[in-house]
Design a protein around this ligand. Structure first.
Ligand SMILES: CC(C)(COP(=O)(O)OP(=O)(O)OC[C@H]1O[C@@H](n2cnc3c(N)ncnc32)[C@H](O)[C@@H]1OP(=O)(O)O)[C@@H](O)C(=O)NCCC(=O)NCCS
Length: 184
């Protein structure tokens, strides 16, 4: 028996698969987005918590989109991979795939960057252990993760500022802006 069951896939990667069934049906013969999202969060939880040896919770799941439908009866696969652990959070790349098992067709359906925060016993964020990247591949992954985190942080601040500015607009300006977008 293998001494480390994770040796083959690597400890930073988690792969979860589930056969979709009629209870997942959104009424159109397709899988509910929440079913896909749930598996993505679970995979991110395992990858992050295993990586830092602490319980992690999802603080943000990036910009999850559902551009490609998954048919009921297809197998949903989710692969989560830790990109970087820094400060109190772990950034996890999560990719979902659908497989028609009989035909042997596999297609990518969606992805997200999950921010998983490590929690202490008081339920508050705690610092995660930093890991020195040992190989070129892991140095590239860490820099990619940090670049993605910086971009996401900037985008979050920009959205907050835009929301605050919109909340201060008077009624005439609100109507003018909607009209300029073709919304009466
Ligand atoms: C996780 C939790 C304890 C964090 O508390 P908080 O006061 O938001 O903590 P902070 O503001 O210090 O942020 C903690 C980390 O999240 C990151 N973060 C903050 N807002 C974020 C957002 N919108 N998206 C992604 N990451 C975010 C911060 O950058 C920080 O990471 P860093 O220390 O590595 O830089 C709290 O938000 C919580 O309990 N959330 C619910 C988690 C949960 O139940 N998830 C399951 C889905 S319901």
């Amino acid at each position: 028996m293998r001494s480390d069951p994770f040796e083959a896939i690597g400890r930073n990667r988690v792969s979860l698969s589930v056969l979709t069934t009629p209870s997942d049906d959104n009424g159109l013969g397709h899988v509910f987005g929440g079913v896909v999202f749930s598996l993505m969060e679970r995979a991110a939880y395992i990858a992050a918590s295993r990586h830092v040896g602490m319980t992690c919770v999802a603080r943000g799941m990036g910009d999850v989109e559902f551009q490609v439908a998954i048919e009921i009866g297809e197998v949903l696969h989710v692969v989560a991979e830790v990109l970087v652990a820094a400060h109190t959070s772990v950034l996890v790349q999560v990719d979902a795939y659908a497989e028609r098992v009989v035909e042997g067709e596999l297609r990518h359906t969606n992805s997200c960057l999950a921010t998983m925060v490590a929690l202490g016993s008081d339920g508050r964020p705690v610092a995660v252990p930093g890991r020195r990247p040992a190989s070129r591949e892991s140095r590239v992954a860490v820099l990619r993760g940090l670049a993605a985190k910086e971009i996401l942080d900037r985008a979050r601040h920009a959205v907050t500022e835009a929301f605050e500015e919109i909340a201060t607009l008077d009624d005439a300006t609100l109507e003018g802006r909607l009209a300029s977008m073709g919304i009466d």
